[in-house]
Ligand binder design. Structure first.
Ligand code: CA
Length: 227
């Protein structure tokens, strides 16, 4: 999942970028409203975190312009000003959440995960299920046939992507950009290695293999069709 942070205060921006990256997200950081708007227009982010007071364009103006272009990715505002009118203004503009500085990283992370579980449909999804494979987005747990499977943050992100779009062949380039911050030209060996590890944890010893390689195209998670 890809997140854009627009924050002009270097310490806060870098701290959030590092924390969210360690939590398994792909994170871009913009330092002012104009760069932030430009980046958000160019890439399909799953969430935009906007500081309100920004040089160039403020956070509200950035969101206003994105919405005016028909971009409806979830958005969260950060602000130092705890004022009711700010909150109302942010929510009127279609923000999904609002966090007052100073906040703890744990709180931000919890809110980010809640927004991402809701996704664009506005309906909160807490569990993804394909056959006997279950991914619990709340507790960050995975189980296959009722048995717990331990995954790293990246493996969890990869599995979440495959499960959210199960039945769909995902090209390596898409996986690279959504789970790692890489371009298509980057070393795709990283993805192959990660898929192999994930497969050994999910499919090894199981009769039904859920993670399939589609030669020359990418990977798909689905119950294989009977021959
Ligand atoms: Ca600021």
């Amino acid at each position: 999942m890809k997140i854009l942070i627009v924050e002009d205060e270097p310490k806060t921006g870098e701290y959030l970028q590092q924390g969210l990256t360690e939590a398994g997200f792909v994170v871009d950081l913009a330092r002012d409203g104009i760069d932030g708007l430009h980046m958000a227009q160019g890439l399909d982010y799953d969430l935009v975190i906007l500081d309100v007071m920004l040089p160039g364009l403020n956070g509200w103006e950035v969101l206003q312009r994105l919405r005016a272009r028909g971009q409806h990715m979830p958005a969260m505002f950060l602000t130092a000003r705890d004022q009711v009118e700010d909150r109302v203004k942010g929510l009127e503009l279609g923000a999904d959440d609002y966090l007052v500085k100073p906040f703890s990283f744990a709180e931000l992370l919890a809110r980010v995960r809640t927004i991402l579980r809701r996704g664009r449909s506005g309906q909160e999804v807490t569990t993804l299920k394909v056959a006997d494979l279950e991914l619990d987005l709340l507790r960050r747990r995975v189980s296959r046939a009722g048995r717990r499977v331990d995954l790293t943050a990246k493996e969890f992100g990869l599995l979440e992507l495959l499960m959210r779009r199960h039945g769909e062949v995902l090209p390596r380039s898409l996986i690279a950009s959504q789970v790692w911050d890489m371009n298509f030209d980057s070393d795709t060996n990283v993805i192959e290695v990660a898929v192999r590890r994930l497969r050994s944890k999910i499919d090894e010893g199981q009769t039904v293999k859920l993670i399939q390689t589609v030669r020359g195209m990418g990977y798909v998670l689905e119950v294989p069709q009977e021959p």
